[in-house]
Write a protein that binds this ligand. Structure first.
Ligand SMILES: NC(=O)c1ccc[n+]([C@@H]2O[C@H](COP(=O)([O-])OP(=O)(O)OC[C@H]3O[C@@H](n4cnc5c(N)ncnc54)[C@H](OP(=O)(O)O)[C@@H]3O)[C@@H](O)[C@H]2O)c1
Length: 272
């Protein structure tokens, strides 16, 4: 068995601490650095930033790319970025890394700190294909050479999640107006999400082919439904931002001539 690489973790927030601990558990020699004085996870060594950058691999897990960028120098050999950012921020860091002789892996963690080190922690990554260290954190999935891909998938998937959460909270407020408890309603919502998920592959295919003929449900009827949903929320004195935004978006697709088409045709308005 070869000698394990030395690894530094920059950032001892909730996620960075979990990453450092997972590395220690797998027998790595782990150096940590944090801006302020936070306790170093058991088994790690706290060093200065300059010393931390000398490890074979530097893993970053800070709040944003903006606070991270000034910390990076060409002294780094391999940079594994796990700080969330936009695809363009990842690509800019990749360009900086290439110009400075730094190997660059850009990853996103589709999990919470408590799942780190288990197969439930899916790590999407792009840029360099070396996933040596990522395997310690969870289940790495390589997306391609374009360093921006991981951030792109991350934000796209979080967008699905936030939309579902927003819809769910709106639903709880609506049924709650009639005294229905979350405990009573939530099983209906989770069952419904299973059904809704089955529509996605066909919908995705329609957006790809641009063929929106449907014998299932036309956009017209969904615009009417969204109007009813917006009115029902308004009648109960609830905020209508979420249903109104969807109604307005779908209605724009209807006005653009997609009324008889499937819901997938809304992507034509989103793409402009
Ligand atoms: N937590 C999750 O469930 C989760 C899941 C997936 C991805 N992520 C991503 O992981 C990253 C870290 O998240 P987290 O939950 O660990 O956040 P966190 O607990 O808030 O920790 C933030 C870290 O960033 C550091 N930081 C903030 N401003 C800084 C600055 N100006 N200079 C240097 N360091 C600075 C903090 O240092 P101080 O201690 O000195 O403030 C701390 O180490 C984020 O990009 C997040 O999107 C988190």
């Amino acid at each position: 068995m070869g000698i394990k690489k030395t690894v530094s973790v920059l950032g001892l927030g909730r996620m960075g601490s979990a990453l450092a601990t997972a590395l220690v558990d797998q027998g790595y020699d782990v150096t940590v650095w944090n801006r302020t004085d936070k306790p170093a996870p058991a088994g790690t060594t706290r060093k200065t930033l300059e010393e931390a950058l000398d490890s074979d691999v530097v893993v970053t897990c800070l709040s944003t790319h903006d606070v991270q960028q000034p910390l990076l120098t060409g002294r780094i050999k391999t940079l594994v970025n796990l700080t969330s950012g936009t695809p363009e921020q990842a690509r800019a860091t990749a360009r900086w890394a290439a110009a400075n002789g730094v190997e660059y892996v850009d990853g996103v963690i589709m999990a919470v700190p408590q799942q780190i080190g288990t197969p439930q922690a899916r790590i999407l990554f792009s840029g360099s294909e070396d996933h040596h260290v990522l395997q310690v954190f969870g289940e790495p999935v390589y997306l391609g050479e374009d360093a921006g891909l991981a951030a792109l998938y991350d934000l796209a998937l979080l967008g699905v999640m936030w939309s579902v959460f927003g819809g769910y909270l709106q639903a709880l407020a609506l049924v709650g107006s009639a005294g229905v408890t979350p405990e009573r309603f939530t099983p209906f919502a989770t069952d419904w999400l299973d059904v809704v998920g089955t529509f996605l592959p066909e919908m995705g295919e329609e957006t790809h082919s641009g063929r929106y003929e449907t014998d299932v449900s036309a956009l017209d009827i969904n615009v009417s439904g969204l109007r009813l949903l917006t009115e029902a929320n308004g009648e109960q004195g609830l905020d209508t931002t979420v249903p109104r935004a969807l109604h307005d978006l779908f209605e724009r697709a209807q006005r653009a001539g997609h009324g008889a088409h499937s819901i997938a045709s809304v992507i034509e308005v989103i793409r402009k």
